[in-house]
Design a protein around this ligand. Structure first.
Ligand code: SF4
Length: 385
């Protein structure tokens, strides 16, 4: 088996569900956290047991280059629960001092005792869900922290963990371009190592979707959203944040290694409700319902809700689309080596059309999105998949 060197653990707890959120989580059900950790232990042990059965040479603990605890809100767990979670990982996987160990955190719940637990366990990167520095925008987004929470939180985290990424959302109803620029400046002033910026999306099934359908929530105009993205690209570049993916900007040396695993077609473990893993060209998606996942795993049944066998061409096309998310783009030799497909034989006609439309450009042996293409990445993906 091609043993993954990356691990994702989904922690599905939040204090409440924000109106725009469709992630796998339970809100206000922290009493399930210990049961969740029991189930997670079982799920990981079963998976590693199966791997060892299949490959007798894999008796050692799997070595990890990257770990990511996402959610939900991992820091919704108490300090002792976070310690247990980190212990589950350390007992079953081999980490090195170079392992990138990221945890998503909520500014409202990042207390000193939790930071100490995480730092002591080797966590060396924190991704803070700041979203905005404007209290009215945070209220609109139904976030449970305020601007003032962010500053103290960054200071506390930085005293133990220097590598801090901030997430920001733009195109929020009522948010002006000037307000977005101020938000970007506030983020820059905090000197994070990394920033991720996302345009607000209205996902079916969320409260925001319903409110928009009823005409209660105005979606930002497309042109405004586009200008906000443009401003982010320009402003962050001017402050030495290098855009390396559609939504990701890093100071030199601080790209997120874990996300790069997803974009480069490498294998990864995924545990917890809704988590996906990619091993041997098979994508396995766990049950998205937290209670179904809990019940199944605790009853000794499989955590997996869906298995997708990726045939070689589907894998290659997906690799192409994911690779194009990155500013480095897709190098023809790398693509051939990773997918066993010749890029031009696989998608030459589509690439030609996208080049003519100004969405993709050739740069030596590499193809990549143009600036215009970054605005229309979904259109490009639709053409290539
Ligand atoms: S804090 Fe994040 S994960 Fe939790 S409900 Fe809000 S947006 Fe979703």
């Amino acid at each position: 088996m091609n043993v993954p060197r990356s691990l994702y653990i989904h922690v599905p707890f939040c204090a409440h569900r924000c109106g725009y959120c469709d992630f796998t989580l339970v809100a206000g059900k922290d009493h399930l956290a210990d049961k969740y950790l029991d189930a997670l232990t079982l799920e990981i042990d079963r998976k590693l047991q199966t791997s060892n059965d299949r490959d007798p040479s894999a008796k050692e603990k799997p070595q990890l280059d990257t770990i990511f605890f996402g959610g939900g809100t991992p820091t919704q767990l108490s300090a002792p629960q976070l310690e247990r979670l980190c212990g589950i990982v350390h007992d079953r996987f081999e980490l090195s001092p170079e392992t990138e160990f990221s945890v998503e955190a909520n500014p409202a719940r990042m207390t000193a005792d939790k930071i100490a637990v995480l730092a002591d366990a080797g966590v060396n990167r924190i991704s803070l869900g700041v979203q905005s520095f404007d209290d009215a925008t945070l209220t609109m987004l139904e976030r449970d922290h305020r601007r003032s929470d962010v500053f103290g939180c960054v200071e506390r985290v930085r005293s133990r963990i220097a590598n801090i990424s901030l997430d920001l959302i733009f195109a929020v109803p009522g948010q002006s371009l000037a307000l977005w620029e101020t938000t970007l400046q506030s983020a820059i002033d905090l000197s994070p190592t990394h920033l991720s910026t996302y345009g607000l999306t209205f996902e079916k099934g969320t409260a925001f979707w319903t409110r928009r359908e009823k005409g209660e929530l105005p979606q930002a105009a497309e042109e405004l959203e586009r200008r906000m993205y443009e401003v982010a690209m320009n402003k962050l570049a001017a402050h030495d944040f290098h855009q390396y993916e559609i939504s990701s900007f890093a100071r030199p040396g601080f790209r997120c290694l874990h996300n790069q695993v997803y974009w480069s077609g490498k294998t990864y473990f995924g545990f917890g409700p809704g988590a996906a893993s990619l091993i041997n060209n098979e994508r396995r998606q766990n049950h998205r319902s937290v209670t179904t996942w809990l019940k199944k795993v605790l009853a000794g049944e499989s955590a997996i809700g869906d298995v997708e066998e990726l045939d070689p061409e589907s894998f290659a096309r997906e690799l192409l689309v994911l690779g194009l998310r990155t500013n480095d783009g897709v190098d023809r030799a790398w693509f051939q080596e990773t997918s066993n497909f010749d890029l031009d034989q696989l998608a030459g006609a589509s690439i030609g059309r996208l080049v003519t439309q100004g969405l993709i450009e050739e740069a030596g042996s590499t193809i990549r999105l143009t600036r215009q293409g970054r605005f229309l990445a979904d259109t490009v993906a639709g053409e290539l998949l």
